[in-house]
Design a binder for this molecule. Structure first.
Ligand code: 2YG
Ligand code: MG
Length: 259
C-alpha cells in the first residue's frame, strides 16, 4: 500500500463528518456505535501515547497530529511525544500512556500496555470497512463482494465469512485468491459471472477497480483504499453510497479493538 501523504490528511474533520453522516444513513449507526457493537468496548478515558517514527521514509507531516485529533474525537486523552522512536517510547511509557500508537512504513499498531492487546491497522481497517459494508440496511441479499485480498482485504473477507455472509472476492493475484478460497471458503468472482452486488468492500491501492457490471443501483461501497476504486461517473450513475476516508475509521477500529 502506498504511504499516506500530508495532503491525504488535510480536512480530516470534514472528511470524518461527511463519512459519519453516510455511515449513519446506510447502517443506522455512526462509527462509534459500530465500533462499540463490533468489539463490545467503550472509551474509558485511556491515555494515548503517540510516537512519531523516523525510520524508512520518515515522519509524515500531519500524521501524529491527526492521531491526536482522532483520540480526542473518541473521548480519549492523547499526547504526542516530544522525541521520536525509542526515546519517544520511553517518554510515552514514563508519562503514563495506557495505549501506544506508532507506525513505520510497514506496520501501524495500537498496543494497550494495561491489558496486553495489540492491533494492526491492516486487520482493524479491513474488519471495520467490511463490517460497515455488511450493515447496509438496503442490501438486497447476503451476497457481498470483496475486491482485493491483500492484508486489509483478507482480514475483511475473513470477518464477513465469520459473520455468515456469502463472500465473493476477486484479486488479480492468483495466489491470494486461491489462499482465500482454501482458507476462508470464499467464492471467486469474475466479471463474466454477470453477478451484481448491493454491498461492496474494496481494499486495493488502485483506482477504477469497480466497473458497471459489478454493482446494483443504489449499492454501498465501503473502501479504505486510496485512490478510490469507484470511478466518480459510475458512482453518480448508479447513485452509490460511498464510505471512504483516509485514517479515522481505521484508527477508531484499532483503538476500540484493544480497549
Ligand atoms: O510516524 C510517522 O509519522 C511515520 N513513520 C508514519 C508512517 C505511516 C506509514 N503508513 C501509511 O502511510 C499507511 N499505510 C497507514 C494506513 C493508515 C490508513 N489506512
Ligand atoms: Mg482503491
Amino acid at each position: 500500500m502506498a504511504l499516506l501523504t500530508p495532503q491525504d490528511l488535510e480536512n480530516l474533520s470534514v472528511q470524518l463528518e461527511e463519512n459519519d453522516a453516510t455511515i449513519k444513513k446506510v447502517t443506522g449507526l455512526d462509527v462509534r456505535g459500530i465500533c462499540g457493537e463490533l468489539y463490545g468496548t467503550k472509551p474509558d478515558s485511556q491515555k494515548i501515547g503517540i510516537i512519531p517514527i523516523s525510520s524508512g521514509e520518515g515522519i509524515i507531516g500531519n500524521f501524529a497530529s491527526s492521531l491526536l485529533f482522532i483520540a480526542q474525537y473518541f473521548g480519549l486523552n492523547g499526547f504526542i511525544t516530544e522525541h521520536p522512536d525509542i526515546t519517544g517510547y520511553y517518554e510515552a511509557v514514563s508519562q503514563g500512556a495506557d495505549i501506544i500508537l506508532m507506525a513505520d512504513d510497514h506496520m501501524f499498531v495500537a498496543h494497550n500496555l494495561r491489558n496486553g492487546r495489540i492491533a494492526s491497522n491492516h486487520v482493524a481497517t479491513g474488519v471495520i470497512y467490511a463490517e460497515i459494508a455488511s450493515r447496509f440496511r438496503e442490501a438486497t441479499s447476503k451476497d457481498i463482494l470483496v475486491i482485493g485480498l491483500g492484508r486489509v482485504g483478507y482480514a475483511g473477507a475473513a470477518h464477513l465469512v465469520r459473520k455468515g455472509f456469502n463472500v465473493y472476492a476477486c484479486d488479480p493475484n492468483r495466489a491470494f485468491l486461491e489462499k482465500a478460497v482454501q482458507e476462508l471458503g470464499i467464492s471467486p468472482y469474475c466479471r463474466e459471472d454477470r453477478k451484481r452486488f448491493s454491498m461492496v468492500f474494496e481494499a486495493t491501492p488502485n483506482p477504477d477497480t469497480i466497473s458497471e457490471g459489478m454493482i446494483e443501483e443504489r449499492c454501498l461501497v465501503s473502501t479504505p483504499g486510496i485512490p478510490c476504486g469507484l470511478p466518480p461517473e459510475i458512482g453518480r450513475k448508479y447513485r452509490v453510497d460511498l464510505v471512504m476516508e483516509p485514517l479515522v475509521i481505521g484508527v477508531a477500529s484499532m483503538l476500540y479493538s484493544v480497549m
